[in-house]
Unconditional design. Structure first.
Lengths: 246, 286
């Protein structure tokens, strides 16, 4: 069963002379319950693929399908019940003047849930924060706690597919370990599918079963994590990336 | 044992807050010879503050206190603000984390380097230009003539960081303090920047203080490592023996890293012991 299918995806910004092709003919598919990684240097287009799936990059061509349904320019509400995204910088992705309760409550309200109060409590429990954080504002939380709130917000509509855009790169290694553990547990408990972007190969190696290596907007290689561990990348670019990060 | 370049003894950085005085750095001592000294720790451990305090760059109401911060036998703590200006850049230089925020966006790179050079040296514009070109070449920038005319936004992160390093090196300082110089860069570019710094340290016999949160990078790149926790140095070790570190905090940090060669279901989570921040600072003076 395929959760996400990307076929010959192109994404570009600007037009005419200023046109930049950020993603060129990218194809891959992610099975339900799988965890898939996208790695590459900055500017290689890995985040842009996630943004195109989430509907944040408007100019794209090719075919994208989530859970068998092809994506169109305008996404129906049911799409956002299936797909949610966690952004890189928890300092920037939470509204500074909304308390945790408002952030989660609003999301739940928008998705038409009735028992908002009980669900906010449950979500905070699920991400390991607990009640005492419910009425705090983002500036009263540490980086790791904020990322937990961002994950709770993404989990609120009970999605099947989580898009993770460098979820731990703004965090210290000790906090990174906590967040990665949380993500592993959530995936196991809820049967989630992950697509994770990271520049850190060891993080992707820890979290994912398969990964795609990107360079200049193109996917140069898709490989299993076993091949990554054995250092058995075939494409010269993936080899050099691997060597640089070891 | 030769005379150390820099001797820091019992350094404190304090910030008065509404809840009382907050000690960001608490009694740190170390010496720096002609070596690459790494300072690692998490955010908030006081590593950047230590770097800034050496140059007395902590703004009031922040306070710097120390028995001594002596550079070649002269205590920097006794200098006036005016005398400090002759030290900053000239004898001790600093490279900041993000080149985007440390270069002037509305000046060409050439003008900025020339300005920095003429600040410290009496030189004609033409001489300064030649010197700037030479520096850009030293940090392996191709086509330095074009780069001189370019503005910072036309540069990539790695180029920007190399330009910053070039600018810092013009006055030929004895000590370079690099505060997370490669955190904003890709792994492949990171290597290049490190290689350049390494070469400069070796060729010129500079002392380097390398501040980073990345344990593996520091272990790889430095000679000696200070590990900071809550404003104190908890452990000092030779960089190549970092994997044999003894302190539970260092061990915890090392174990919390995911590893390609040793896959596991769950990463180890650091259990913090309040005793770590109570224990007195380990001295890094040789």
């Amino acid at each position: 069963m395929t959760m996400l299918e990307i076929d010959a995806l192109n994404v570009w910004f600007g037009h005419g002379r200023d046109r930049v092709d950020a993603v060129k003919a990218a194809s891959f598919s992610v099975a339900r319950g799988e965890s898939f990684g996208l790695v590459g240097e900055s500017g290689s287009g890995k985040s842009t693929i996630l943004r195109a799936v989430a509907g944040l990059a408007r100019n794209w061509s090719g075919r994208m399908a989530v859970d068998g349904a092809a994506l169109t320019a305008k996404r129906p509400r049911s799409f956002y019940k299936t797909v949610q995204m966690v952004f890189q910088d928890p300092y920037a992705s939470l509204h500074p003047r909304h308390s945790v309760d408002q952030v989660l409550g609003e999301t739940l309200h928008l998705h038409g849930f009735a028992d908002i109060d009980a669900r906010v409590v449950k979500l905070l429990e699920d991400v390991g924060l607990g009640q005492k954080f419910r009425f705090r504002y983002p500036h009263q939380l540490s980086g790791g706690q904020r990322q937990r709130v961002a994950i709770a917000r993404a989990l609120a509509p009970e999605p099947d597919l989580l898009l993770l855009d460098e979820p731990t790169s703004a965090l210290d290694v000790s906090v990174q370990a906590e967040i990665l553990n949380l993500l592993v547990d959530l995936r196991r408990d809820r049967g989630l599918t992950y697509v994770m972007v990271s520049h850190d190969l060891s993080v992707v190696g820890h979290m994912c079963e398969r990964l795609a290596v990107m360079k200049d907007g193109q996917i140069v290689e898709v490989m299993g994590v076993e091949a990554l561990r054995r250092n058995a990348a075939t494409h010269p670019y993936s080899r050099s990336l691997l060597e640089a990060s070891l | 044992m030769m005379e150390p370049l820099l001797d820091v003894e019992d350094l404190w950085v304090r910030f008065p807050t509404r809840q009382g005085v907050f000690d960001a750095v608490r009694g740190v001592s170390f010496t720096l010879g002609r070596e690459r000294l790494g300072i690692v720790g998490e955010s908030g451990s006081g590593k950047s503050m230590t770097g800034r305090a050496i140059l007395r760059l902590i703004r009031p109401p922040g306070m710097v206190e120390a028995k001594q911060i002596s550079l070649g036998g002269v205590n920097l703590m006794d200098k006036t603000e005016k005398e400090m200006r002759a030290v900053r850049g000239q004898r001790i230089s600093m490279v900041m984390q993000d080149p985007k925020f440390s270069l002037n966006p509305v000046m060409t790179i050439g003008d900025q380097i020339i300005e920095a050079y003429r600040q410290h040296n009496r030189a004609s514009k033409a001489d300064a230009y030649a010197k700037a070109l030479e520096m850009l070449e030293a940090v392996s920038i191709r086509d330095p003539d074009r780069v001189m005319r370019a503005y910072p936004h036309e540069m990539s992160g790695g180029m920007g960081q190399r330009i910053m390093i070039a600018m810092m090196l013009i006055p030929n300082p004895e000590i370079l303090i690099a505060d997370e110089p490669t955190s904003a860069l890709d792994v492949s570019v990171q290597r290049q920047v490190l290689d350049i710094m390494d070469k400069l340290v070796k060729d010129r016999g500079m002392g380097l203080i390398f501040i980073s949160h990345d344990l593996n990078l520091v272990a790889d790149f430095c000679d000696r490592v200070l590990i900071m926790y809550a404003g104190r140095i908890v452990e000092i070790c030779e960089a190549d023996k970092l994997s044999e570190a003894k302190h539970p905090y260092t061990r915890g940090l090392l174990n919390s890293l995911p590893r390609l060669d040793a896959p596991r279901d769950h990463l180890e989570v650091l259990q913090r012991d309040p005793a770590w921040s109570e224990a007195p600072s380990v001295s890094g003076r040789l």
